[in-house]
Design a binder for this molecule. Sequence first.
Ligand SMILES: C[S@@+](CC[C@H](N)C(=O)[O-])C[C@H]1O[C@@H](n2cnc3c(N)ncnc32)[C@H](O)[C@@H]1O
Length: 240
Amino acid sequence: MKVILVGAGPGDEELITIKGLKAIKSGDVIIYDDLINKNLLKYAKEDAELIYVGKRKGKHSYKQEDINRLLVEKVKENKVVVRLKGGDPFVFGRGGEEVLYLKKHNIPYEVIPGITSAIAVPEVAGIPLTYRKISTSFTVVTGHEAEDKEEKQVKLRNLNGDTIVILMGITNLEEHVEELLKNPRRSEDTPVAIITRGTTERQKVIKGTLGNIVKKAKENSVKPPGVIVVGDVVNVLDNI
Ligand SMILES: C[S@@+](CC[C@H](N)C(=O)[O-])C[C@H]1O[C@@H](n2cnc3c(N)ncnc32)[C@H](O)[C@@H]1O
């Protein structure tokens, strides 16, 4: 018996790996997050126990410590536990913390990577994160750091990569734009895209520049979850 951390992919139910799908089919318990495509649960065994531990929709149900404990508790009941997480488990998914907890409790585990929204969401919206002669690097950052941190680790003004990808950045968009503009590599004309609910039928793409994206986001009532992409790659496939 073990815990299998599975990356569910970015939203489209077909963007899970074969290995991830096999794991879902084998699970006695599926412990899942908010951003996974719920259609994936149809592949679970008929008698599998499905436990939602997401933090959205006003139901602040499980804290991270509760989830960690639940994983251990269910394995000790002699069950195969699938921990289904959005995108990739180790990209801003607290998968690392869960693994550490399992290790401390001598619980066998496996991690199955998933397609991260950081790359797939821009890609499906027509934005390559690298492009010859235009972008030779991309930096993925969080736009929302732990509230108990004394000082922010990420200062967007210090990021010099060609393409910047911000996850969890919609709520503080205005602050992020101000920070990005403090780097001399960027200006009010630097292209920006915001993709919400990417790879799903609810996907929305808004493009603009650092100078007007805040206004555009307000006009379009942009809401999380979304990926923000900053850099010249945003329009690179539009000019053909
Ligand atoms: C807690 S992070 C988890 C990221 C996940 N582990 C991954 O690899 O994609 C959640 C953030 O991922 C981004 N995200 C996840 N799925 C998304 C989607 N379908 N469309 C847009 N953004 C998405 C949003 O920035 C969201 O706030």
